[in-house]
Design a protein around this ligand. Sequence first.
Ligand SMILES: [Zn+2]
Length: 263
Amino acid sequence: MSDDKPSLSINDLRKIYATNAGDELAIDLCYSHHKAFIKPMKVRDKKDLLKAIESKNEKLVQSNLDEIVEKYVRVEGYDNIAHMTVQERYQVLVAMRRAAAGDETKIVHQCPKCEHVGKDIPFNMTSIITKEFEEPAVGNIISTANGSIRITLGPIRRCDEKVLEKIIFDKKLDLMSERQFIMLAGYIHKVEVHQDDMVAEISMNASEKVEFFENLSSRDLDRITEYVKSTDYGVKLPFKFKCDKCDYQNDREEANVAVFFIN
Ligand SMILES: [Zn+2]
């Protein structure tokens, strides 16, 4: 009798659960196209995040968001949730927030000109845009050192971003340009050495990527910058903004995801 029963794997079980447990949300990720399954967030975790946001400690907020993602999200195709690209992580966080609220909501936003923090600013959830990743026309391969080194580029992943943030913190890099420079190293996904008939991949952690990156020529740097500039994708939160305190206004202001997440 039991031989007639089909044998199902734990993966099948997850799929069945995800399809039938009505409160789990499923979305397609904007870079990998992997499916992400999101469970509804519990009040206790929301409270902890609120505390972090009130402390105005960006590091604490980000690590809280990481914990939330780890706890509530699983992705078919990523064995480690931190392998999500930075934009995929934002996409998941926005989806969590959106699932918990109706179309009309209020957000908090800091004016980019005078830094006044405005509250209760209307935001319509239907204006949220998710731009799928497209490989830019410039291509994602850089061949350098007379063709002996090949660098494959790709959008920065959360696991690398975390290490780069720590490097920025440890080196006390305060200038935006210095921070952006370090972050560029995160776009290096793979480095291969081509010599004679041999091809070898060099495995590097994020801090080794920074070291490698800092030794590249300015021509290579230009090509990485060009790649980064042409990969504008992910969740966009546009809204019409007019500051109460100064003359700044912008019809396509972008809401900050971390702040958006909690309101
Ligand atoms: Zn202002």
